[in-house]
Write a protein that binds this ligand. Structure first.
Ligand SMILES: [Zn+2]
Length: 288
């Protein structure tokens, strides 16, 4: 499993090469949520995120591999038209709970975690340390989702109010500072692309065109929104910021199931996705 500790080591390693790294803010238990920036400071920016759901550690690994690929193959990192902010792991606390159980959390959280989880095996856990599903906690038709639950849970708990969690506030504030022209969020699993959230017709045409260009590389499945999923980062980016935003579900679900214990399960997906950040920056810039 790709853990927060491995990510911190990886980021410390690339830091030596003068890459801009930093933190978008802190988790509920005070851990830093790292970012890596590659490309020009000025011009159009996009944000690529992974690891908002604890058990989807391979999405963090994929994002970090994208960073390494970009640094190795475009050493000058001159993307000319702008830059890419990578946030490989939005939910470090949840990642460590998945890997090491409730003992990875500060003592005050442990009893609830254990009770909500119903045992010591956290390998399917998706939430943060407060048992909130961060990808339901954004202010985008918050609480209207088909699978939303209203009490602490390993998945689908929306939290007491929109942006109740420091992780979602950190990502919101970071996004408002960066003002990206597009965002890309990696999840697992199922090889699908989500791109809709009640856009007006004009934006719908724009976003569908970009989704189709993305799928030219991926050959996944473009999913039409049925209105049952709300409160996610992509949903907020589309509805509050009016920018094209995409959720990509990695991993062939015919071949693998959760918990994803084999890091090799993203090897094929990495080949398809390795150039996507640079390409999305271009696709979205073309549409401005
Ligand atoms: Zn997910």
């Amino acid at each position: 499993m790709y853990t927060y500790y491995a990510l911190l080591e990886d980021i410390a390693y690339i830091d030596h090469f003068g890459v801009e790294t930093g933190s978008i803010g802190e988790t509920e238990s005070g851990r830093k949520i790292p970012f890596v920036h590659i490309g020009a400071e000025k011009g159009s920016q996009i944000i690529v995120t992974g690891g908002i759901h604890s058990r989807e550690h391979i999405s963090s690994l994929l994002v970090f591999r994208q960073i390494i690929y970009l640094l190795n193959n475009f050493p000058s990192a001159d993307l000319s038209s702008g830059g890419i902010y990578f946030v490989p792991m939005v939910n470090p606390d949840g990642n460590l709970i998945c890997a090491y159980g409730e003992k990875s959390a500060p003592p005050a959280f442990r009893e609830t975690l254990r009770k909500v989880n119903g045992g010591s095996d956290f390998s399917l856990f998706k939430a943060n340390v407060n048992c909130v599903d961060l990808n339901t906690n954004f202010d985008a038709r918050w609480g209207e989702g088909k699978h939303n639950v209203r009490e602490p849970s390993g998945a689908n708990y929306i939290g007491p109010r929109p942006f109740s969690e420091s992780e979602t506030r950190a990502l919101r504030d970071f996004t408002l500072r960066v003002k990206p022209i597009s965002t890309l969020s990696y999840h697992a699993m199922g090889r699908e692309i989500y791109w809709q959230f009640g856009q007006n017709e004009k934006d719908m045409r724009r976003d569908k065109a970009i989704a189709e260009r993305i799928n030219g590389f991926l050959n996944y499945r473009l999913v039409n929104d049925d209105g049952t999923s709300v409160g996610g980062y992509k949903d907020w980016c589309i509805s509050a910021l009016g920018i094209p935003s995409f959720t990509i579900e990695l991993v062939n679900d015919k071949k693998y199931s959760h918990p994803l214990t084999d890091d090799g399960c993203i090897d094929e997906d990495f080949e398809k996705n390795k150039l996507l950040p640079q390409n999305l920056l271009k696709f979205a810039s073309d549409m401005l």
